[in-house]
Design a protein around this ligand. Structure first.
Ligand code: 5RP
Length: 294
């Protein structure tokens, strides 16, 4: 170095301090690589260990879904209130501002639309190079456990875990519930555990009875989907119960963007997840945001 002479002498070696060693804040992720931890830490807030993902990837099977007709109008105002955005690459590139600087959970499978009875035969939908270009913080892959396309969908998980691992990008396994598929605690316990055992770093599933057993038996964080639009209060109750029963957050779509006040709903969900608000307190927050924005 040109200025090697006259430098301040290094002397603070902390000889009486053992190396700082802190447990990582995300379940089951102590032994993944630094880059993957960095990406996961963008998704799961280090101060709470939890996340609120805003899901708006519905168009990949449903086309123009209610509330998502104009992604540019509906999602850009909501993005600042989410911890992470779950979307397709097409939606991101065409409609979402890149300067939100939110971690992206990239929909990484493609398959049949809702026009087909059997949607369980998905294929890998994004090349890993394109996921890197889009700066994905996570890849989302649907698993159809128990359906005709079960084996192929689990292969999609395994292949994505492998390709993501090459670049330190984690994979989220998504448990799909098709028309004929079970929705019992036994089913969700099996499906979530299988995805974690196959290497998924996050598992997305649906809330069910005995949910505390589902989260206990799954060695990675579970996030809960909202499902079809219900009342605001019911969605806040779902969020609360999921967190109480060990979920590490939510990945919600329709109960946010189909609400009559999406920003109020997202803020209320976030306050329940991160700040421990009860459902009635969350509902008050939703209503006060709604009246401020009216
Ligand atoms: C479908 C998905 C969707 O993103 C998810 O279901 C959306 O959330 P919501 O059910 O809350 O609308 O992963 O596989």
């Amino acid at each position: 170095m040109a200025d090697k002479d006259g430098m301040v002498l290094a002397k603070e070696y902390g000889l009486d301090c053992p190396p700082v060693k802190e447990a990582f804040h995300i379940k089951g992720m102590d032994h993944v690589d630094w880059g993957m931890k960095d990406r996961l830490s963008r998704i799961f807030r280090p101060d709470t260990g939890k996340t609120v993902m805003l899901a708006f990837d519905h168009g990949y099977i449903m086309g123009a879904t209610a509330g998502l007709e104009r992604l540019d109008l509906s999602i850009n105002p909501l993005a600042p209130y989410a911890d992470a955005l779950m979307a397709t690459r097409g939606a991101l590139r065409t409609c979402i501002q890149p300067n939100h600087n939110k971690p992206v959970i990239l929909r990484a499978t493609a398959g049949s639309t809702v026009l087909k009875d059997d949607m369980s035969w998905e294929v890998s939908g994004v090349d890993i190079d394109d996921a890197v270009r889009i700066n994905a913080s996570c890849l989302a892959v649907q698993a159809f456990v128990g359906a005709n396309g079960e084996c192929r969908s689990l292969e999609n998980i395994v292949r994505t875990v492998d390709s993501g691992a090459r670049y330190g990008i984690p994979t989220m396994g998504v448990t799909a519930v098709g028309k004929e598929m079970e929705r019992t605690p036994r089913y969700f316990m099996l499906a979530t555990r299988v995805l974690a055992e196959l290497g998924a770093h996050i598992v997305k599933t649906y809330y069910c009875d005995d949910f505390e057993k589902v989260t206990a038996a799954c060695p990675v964080p579970i996030v809960v989907a909202g499902g079809k639009k219900t009342s605001e209060m019911d969605a806040l109750h779902l969020t609360y119960k999921a967190i109480q029963d060990g979920a590490a957050g939510v990945d919600m779509g329709r109960n946010v963007f189909q609400s009559d006040c999406p920003v109020g709903m997202l803020r209320a969900i976030s306050a329940i997840v991160h700040d421990g608000l009860t459902p009635p307190q969350g509902f008050d927050l939703y209503q006060s945001v709604k009246s401020q924005l009216a």
